[in-house]
Design a protein around this ligand. Structure first.
Ligand SMILES: Cc1ncc(COP(=O)(O)OP(=O)(O)O)c(N)n1
Ligand SMILES: Cc1ncsc1CCOP(=O)(O)O
Ligand SMILES: [Mg+2]
Length: 285
């Protein structure tokens, strides 16, 4: 028995095999689950129905092991065949009422929305959650205009059912999306395309569930940076790099003698007395 409702999900990860670079679907998606993804969607726009079905069976087994809901994009028949938890529908896919009639009251049905009118319609028509995006332009949904964080703010004010921000969301901009009111985010490329998938998921979760999105705790601690004592209120390596203006720079960061991959900066916490070595590479070649 699960103690949680699926509605408590925070980090929704969608498959995107074009980003897997030699890694298998199941390996990559297991890494997302280990990193704390708590909702998974199978989205395969270029595969035959049989291939999608095979992947859906594989992901059903995997997500069952982690007790995480599996949602199938577009295909109700595949969702029914593998006993997925639900489907995700776009504005041009099967209408919500038809999908509900076919799948029944227990299925989780999510709908993409790009405007507040669509969001309120979906809510009225019985959607279980809505997708809100693309917040930023994204190659995963090329050609679709970004709705911007203005729409996120609008949804945060008006929508009562669960909703998830999606589209071009990365560790670099998730703070802005959270600041606009999002408590759940969904991503493809920033997660399944990252080198350290589980670490990336952990960093997303920290951003979503941490006390302060920007990482400043207000409590000042003394840490050592390149041999000098410094005062900081940054909670994580990421927050410190932001404060120092190093976030986008080519850096090697060593914390207490261990090199920290950029994707782990969010989860690497700076405790009193921590010792950091920062090396900044200047120029190219
Ligand atoms: C959570 C979530 N939000 C939006 C979408 C996009 O669905 P749709 O608009 O139908 O586009 P495709 O994904 O089918 O290309 C989604 N899949 N999941
Ligand atoms: C499927 C979808 N729907 C709206 S944006 C999007 C793509 C999200 O992918 P990414 O996280 O790589 O931008
Ligand atoms: Mg669709």
């Amino acid at each position: 028995m699960s103690l949680h409702s699926w509605k408590d999900f925070r980090l929704y990860v969608i498959t995107g095999e074009n980003y897997h670079t030699g890694r298998s679907l199941v390996d990559v998606m297991e890494q997302t689950l280990l990193g704390g993804a708590d909702m998974v969607q199978l989205r395969a726009k270029d595969l035959s129905k049989r291939e999608v079905l095979a992947q859906a069976y594989t992901l059903r087994k995997l997500t069952d092991r982690y007790n995480v809901p599996l949602i199938i994009n577009d295909y109700l028949d595949v969702a029914l065949a593998v006993q997925a938890d639900g489907v995700h529908l776009g504005q041009d896919d099967l209408p919500l009422k038809e999908a509900r009639r076919i799948l029944g009251p227990a299925a989780i049905i999510g709908i993409s929305t790009h405007h507040i009118d669509q969001a309120l319609d979906a809510e009225r028509d019985g959607a279980d959650y809505i997708g809100v995006g693309p917040v930023y332009p994204t190659g995963t949904k090329a050609g679709r205009k970004a709705v911007t964080t203005d729409y996120v703010r609008e949804v945060a004010k008006q929508v009562k059912i669960p909703w998830v921000a999606i589209g071009g969301i990365t560790l670099g901009n998730v703070g802005e999306v959270i600041a606009a009111g999002a408590s759940r985010v969904c991503a493809v490329s920033a997660i399944v395309g990252s080198e350290h998938v589980a670490e990336t998921c952990r960093s997303f979760r920290t951003a979503l569930t941490g006390q302060q999105g920007a990482g400043g705790s207000g409590e000042t601690r003394t840490i050592r940076i390149n041999g000098r004592n410094e005062q900081t209120n940054a909670q994580s390596v990421h927050a410190l790099m932001e404060q120092l203006g190093f976030a986008g720079k080519r850096m090697v960061v060593e914390l207490n003698g261990v090199i920290i991959a950029r994707e782990a900066w969010h989860t690497a916490l700076l405790e009193q007395g921590a010792s950091l070595e920062l090396v900044h590479f200047v120029g190219g070649g």
